[in-house]
Design a protein around this ligand. Sequence first.
Ligand code: ZN
Ligand code: ZN
Length: 242
Amino acid sequence: MRLKKPFMYWLEYSFWNVVDLVFPPTCPGCQTIGERWCENCQKAVTQMPAQVCQVCGEPSPKTLCKRCDVSRSAVVHIRSWAVFKQPVRSALHTLKYRHNIGLGQVLAESLAPGLNEFNWPIQAIVPIPLSEERQRERGYNQVSLIARPLAQLSHMDYLPRGLRRARHTRSQVGLTLEERKQNLKNAFLADPKLVAGKNILVIDDVCTTGATLTEAACALSEAGARSIYAYTVARAISHKDA
Ligand SMILES: [Zn+2]
Ligand SMILES: [Zn+2]
């Protein structure tokens, strides 16, 4: 995997740099005007602890957490760039509600070195999709704003239609792991024409229990994908684990 920026990436994002000169952005972490994401906010990001479960990425003193020790996951590895708290929380909120393409690029550039270090044998990147209803409402999928530049930076195929929501699901906020699993059962469908035979990296903004990523991986496996990896911007860590 090379981190050299491809020409099209450079061209496209130079355009957004010009837009920044005309309409100065605001740093979502501290409201500084003229910065998409300032250096102080980047320094204030809480990295994930070094000791995590090798499969699900949950902080764990052992190589495998209790859950992964007893049942096999559909995802080979789940990893996250940062802990889900400020200023990353504000950055993801801005991405979700303000269609901030420049910020998506900044986050992709933060995620790219970690992905490069994992050295996973990935061929294509698939974003976790929104339901059609939610996408119509919002006008875009915020995960694509990160996944697309990340695919360009990592020289991988980008498959925005690799996965789709088979049905609308209720919000996961406040649900337990079991309730989340039930809520997401068969929620995704993958396109075999796009994913069969490939090693796929699934991208999402936040990982809470891993239920969404696992369900997406099941759909990809059923469509013939070879192995599935997942990487998210942030991970929600409960206080007992922190
Ligand atoms: Zn800032
Ligand atoms: Zn685990």
